[in-house]
Write a protein that binds this ligand. Structure first.
Ligand code: FAD
Length: 307
């Protein structure tokens, strides 16, 4: 029950101010976010690379209210691309972008986001890396997939994210399971209505498995974005069943979540990519992480009370 409340709070400015100002928030945020500054993020990326992991970096910035912020976010990604190339990290790192950070939710947002994300994808390609478009709430899926389609005409390595909790996703998996198509499959992190999404966790899990089968059986490059040991085991079985080699799919997990499992999969020779968020606009991302796991919230509330 608490999940939807937290996800609603993720959109509230007054709760944002309260949570951001609480001194106990910082250590919890540090668990999930690799710093507010680019150099802190790069230090984390270098450490993960030493441990044999790839990364996908998210410059946090989804809650924007005007076009100048969209341009600032675009410029932050351009600076990130330069920094990755300069530090020799481009082969270990790709970038995840939320189109809302590029203006998708503003008036005329579809075209604005398409225009703003293009130079980032161009720069990433020139630096030898790729971009994956994160998926946000269900109202954005058509726009995001349309922008993905445009980008992939020139930059076929651009990745997509599909969320198994949405009824439409099996069909989207079929559409995106073709040659060279990079698709990260996740369960979904937003508060979605019953008209468009499964509400029961078991239904979401079953849909995840159906989607995994479609992607693993296809000709694309499945990216298994889950910390769920059952989904990881099923992905391994399916990869074997469909004769996929270790470099024909990958696992992805979030920074700060199930580190031992991340190490275990690397030790088994799997490709593991960590989603590394950084930046000052961490509130929405942080609240979604609290909503995913009641124990995170309980810990956070306990620290508030016992101070
Ligand atoms: P769950 O059943 O939720 O969790 C399985 C187990 O993982 C839990 O029992 C727990 O041990 C651990 N775990 C899961 N979440 C947490 C947490 N927050 N804190 C501590 N432990 C936890 N969602 C989107 O909607 N759009 C995206 O673009 C997107 N990108 C993602 C990228 C990556 C690389 C990953 C891994 C996830 C992404 N997500 C995205 C989030 C995803 O939709 C889920 O909300 C999240 O991964 C939790 O689902 P799960 O598959 O890990 O399974």
């Amino acid at each position: 029950m608490l999940g939807p409340v937290l996800l609603a709070a993720a959109r509230s400015d007054s709760i944002r101010r309260l949570v951001s100002a609480a001194p106990v928030t910082r250590p919890m945020v540090d668990r999930f976010v690799a710093g507010e500054q680019l150099d802190q993020c790069l230090a984390s990326v270098a450490t993960l690379a030493e441990r044999g992991m790839q990364v996908t970096i998210d410059h946090l910035g989804e809650d924007i209210t005007d076009r100048s912020e969209a341009l600032r976010n675009r410029d932050a990604y351009l600076a990130l691309t330069d920094a990755l190339a300069g530090a020799g990290l481009a082969e270990h790192a790709e970038m995840s972008v939320k189109l809302s950070a590029f203006g998708q939710a503003l008036p005329g947002g579809h075209d604005l986001a398409a225009e703003n994300v293009l130079p980032v994808v161009e720069a990433a390609t020139a630096a030898g890396t790729t971009v994956t478009l994160d998926m946000e709430d269900h109202t954005t899926v058509d726009s995001t997939l349309a922008i993905l389609g445009q980008l992939r005409e020139r930059f076929p390595g651009t990745g997509a994210v599909l969320q198994s909790y949405l009824f439409r996703t099996e069909e989207d998996c079929h559409a995106l399971a073709g040659e060279g198509s990079r698709v990260r499959l996740v369960k979904g992190a937003y508060n979605e209505p019953a008209e468009v999404a499964y509400q029961d966790k078991r239904e979401v899990d079953r849909a995840y498995v159906r989607c995994l089968k479609i992607l693993m059986a296809g000709n694309g490059y499945p990216m298994v974005g889950s910390h769920d040991p059952r989904m990881v085991a099923i992905a391994q079985n399916l990869a074997e069943r469909y004769g996929r080699k270790r470099d024909e799919y990958e696992f992805q997990m979030l920074y700060g979540i199930r580190g031992a499992e991340q190490e275990r999969l690397v030790a088994q020779g799997h490709r593991m990519r960590i989603y590394v968020p950084y930046g000052t606009d961490w509130y929405g991302y942080f609240m979604r992480r609290l909503a995913e796991r009641p124990a995170n919230l309980a810990f956070f509330l306990r620290s508030l009370i016992t101070r």
